[in-house]
Every structure is written in C-alpha cells, then in structure tokens.
Design a protein around this ligand. Sequence first.
Ligand SMILES: [Zn+2]
Length: 582
Amino acid sequence: MGFIPDHIIDDVRIRADIVEVVSEYLPLKKAGANYRCLCPFHEEKTPSFNVNPAKQIFHCFGCGEGGNVFTFIIKHEKASFPEAVRMLAKRYGVDIPEDGGEERSGEFEKLYSVISAASDYYHAVLKNQAKSSPVWRYITKRGITPEIIEKFNLGWAPDAWDSATGHLNDKGFDNKILEKAGVSSLSSRNTYIDRFRARLMFPINNPGGKTIAFGGRLIDSDPKGAKYINSPETPIYHKSKVLFGFDLARDSARKEGKMVVVEGYMDVIALRKAGINNCVACSGAAFTPGQAELIKRICDNVVMLFDSDKAGVEAAKKGGAILLGHAMRPKALILPDAKDPDEFLASHKPEELTRLIDNSPPFLEFLIEMAVRNADLSGIDGRIAAIGQVIPYLKRVKDEVERAHYIQLLAERTRTDHDALRRQVAREWTGPEEIKKGLAPQKKRASAGMMAEKMLVRLLLNHPDLVAEAATKLETDDFSDPVLKAVFALIISNAGKHSATTPADMINLSNDENLKRFISALTMEEEMLDEKEVETMLADCMKKMRYDPQERSLRHQQMKMALKKGENEPYNEAKEKYLQSR
Ligand SMILES: [Zn+2]
C-alpha cells in the first residue's frame, strides 16, 4: 500500500465509520439493515445506493459502484488512496508518523505548497509589471478584466532563467521538489531553471479548488517557443482527470444542468466575460473519459464548443463518442464565421453566443450534418460513405426512441430509403461487440453449480470463522467463475494472517476495481441464516461444486470459436451447455 504503514491504514479503517463519513456528503436514510440514498455516481430517481454499517461497505445496485470507506472517499473526492487515508486519519485523530518511509507521504502536501507558492509568486509579479509591458498589452488587447485576473489568479512568469526557482529556493523549497512539481527543470548545464519563462500563467486547480499545475501562454515577439505549454504529469496532477475552470464552473453548471466544454484557457475566460460561467477547458489534450466522469458528477448535458477548424471538429467527434459512452447527452457547436469563442465575441454580442449555446444541436445531429456536408450525395458511394461515418456513433445511443429518430434523420439527409437503413443498422447491431457482452457473468441464468460457488464465497466473506474449514476442502481450481475464483484466492491468501477479517478488509487487500465492486455487491445481499443453517449451507455448496472438466473445456472452446466467427446462435447454445456442465 506504499508509504503509509499497513497498521495505520487498518487503524484508520477501524475508527472511520462509513455511515458517518458518507453522511457528511449524502442524505442517508435508514432502510432495514442498511442506509440508503440516491447514488452520487450515476443518475437515478429511486435510491439504490446502500451503506451497510455492520460490514462497513457501500454498494450501488444501479451502477455497480462499491467498496469500503476509502473507496468512497477516493471516488467521491477524486482522491488517491494515500490522500483518502490521510483525510480520514486527520478526521479520526490517527497520527501518521513522519519517519523513514513516511518521507513520500508528506510529499503531496509539499507539492501542493510548492504550486501554491509559485502561483502566488507569478500573480504578484504580474501585478508589479508596468502597464506598458508586453503581458499587460496582451491582457488589455484581449479584454481580460481585473476581476478575471483575480478569479483565476492569473500570473506572469518573467523572461528570466531562474526567477521563480530562486524565489522558491528562498522560501525553503529545494530544487528536487521544484522539479517534481514541474515548476523547474534541469538544464543542459546541470542547473535548475524555470520551466515557464515569458508566459502568462493560468493556474490549473483540482475539483476542490487547490492549484496543482499551470498552463502558460508565451508572450513574446520571438516566436521560437511553443505558444502554450503545460506542467508535466506530477503525483498531484493527472492531465486526463482535470478540467481547467472546473472548480469555478461547478455551481453554475449544477444550476443550469449543463456544462460547456471549450478547448483552451482563453476560451474559458472569453465565455466568463460574456457571463457564461458553466464553462471548462480540456486544456491542451483531447477530451478524456476521466473528464467525462468529472462532469457527470454535476450534470449530463454537455455542449462541446470547439474551434471551427478540422482539428476542432475531430475533437468534437471523439468527445461526443466518449460522452455517449457515459450515457450523457452531448451537443456540439461550431461557431459560424469565427475560429473560436474569443473571435466570435469580438464581433457579436454575448447574448448571441448564449443563444447559440442554448440551441446547439444534439451531437448526432451535428455528426449527420458534418457527414452530409462533406459528401457527394449524387451517387450511391457518397451516400454509403456518409452513412458509414454516422453508424458507429448511432450504436452508442442508449435510448431506442432517440436512436430511431436519428436513423430517420440520417435517411432523410442522405436521401436513403429509411427501411433499408434501419435494416442495415440492425445488421450491424449483432456484431461481436454485442456477443461479447454475453460473456459477462449472467445473473438470471446461472446454473446450480455457479449459484453454489457464489453462495459459498458470500458465506466465507460474511463468516470469516468458516474460512479455515473451507481452506482444507477446496482449491481455487474448484471455481469456474473467474471472478469468484479470484475472490476465493484472496480469502484463502489472507486466512490466518488477520484475527478478524471483514468484507471491508477484503476490499482493502485487493487492488482490482472490479473485484472491490463485486465483493461489496456480494456481501450486501443478506442471506438471513442462523448459525446452524450456515454450516449446512457451506456443506451443500461444496457438494454442488462438482463438475466435468472435460465437458466444460469443450464447451468453452466452442464458445470461443463462435465468438471469433461472430455467430450468435452457436455461441448461446455452447454457453448454455457450458453453464450446465457441472
Ligand atoms: Zn450508482
């Protein structure tokens, strides 16, 4: 588990009550043995998010998210594991000693301090620059107001080799930590120099509002350097999980039920100036699934407002696919006669931009328009090409009515026969991707043997005193379900090492996200047995877990073959027999 000693982690977990911790974030209500509320990790109307005080775990039966108190903090706060432990340690008065291996544990705090000190420094330097300096001329030209400068804590990294490095050294930070924070870098002469020089600085914050990195725009007549550079990845900055401006946009996005995603820092600032506050930038890189998850915590509606060049359109396509994959509602907007929002606002009123954003087309409509615009629809080839561009995205539309609507629209716009198009889409449906879904563990049609495996693992999780007996009678190879096998292996590997082993402990022992969720789901289902019944049940399960390995291996081969060929029927047949072969 890294740099916090295991006994401390255990101590924190034992003292931190999951109901108490979750209650600080969510309105839990008692429901039987559990506490329940609407799930914070997916959108729902009836509560399926459960917290069990006895087992110290949570699980959502809607989206499958689950784990122990650390998992909850990690998911909800977007924290790392050590950060989660630290937060809870602080709250429950557990001391984390600062010795030996503890050096790294203080590292996060140190990195935050470095970045915060650097941010303050850049900001102060900007305010001390003469109004006639190039950076202030740029600020004036782009119409960046004093309010914006304060709100985003904008700064100026001077055109010098070591001004920030020297200043931070004086504050007591050594060069190693400055390098790690991405503020300084080692030069070819083996000295530490400022990474950002002659740049307007945009502090990048985590969702909690703490500055963790920078973006810097070159302000220089000398066009040698890159226009924009970013901090490198650091232990506290993971590009793919951060959106510029998110901490400032969250409240208004929640209120409006919608987030506007733009390409760059200056776009966010342009929109802010126009009074549009629910706006973030993916800053430098393409839109990522991690960023989609961040927005999904707030709202489902996302307007992608990207530059009107080819790169912008491609970025919107990729972003739209990611958002559809997260069951969100993407829209895409390409501004007329302007390359970006800033340029648009130079010649249009803010209300015009607001109106365009409010009326921006759903992503699929945008996609169809783009496909049609670039195609020659006079011939069949052009139509097929245009349709081919849209179909992969159509598949991602979860809602059937919505999907039918877009098929209709695509048929109209490409002047294609609607029925023929519908049939083609349907044909593409049962591709290998659909069949693969069948490989996931199936709840409804599980065989008696599978049920026994599952029941047995649940018994062992909920009744640690049974583990010793089971360990002498069963081996991991007795399990056919790979997930149950993994959980069983985990239980056995831990047997005898800890005096009391709860499901929450098991979740700590595993590094596998899916396994964590599986364990929380499994143990959350109550079995309602008294002591005697538990023992009988254990014996029963073991009895039922006999199967014919040869038959199974044959059926498994058949399943793989069918999958390879993309044959649905033979696949289902083989799977049925596979599940019964025990
Ligand atoms: Zn959920």
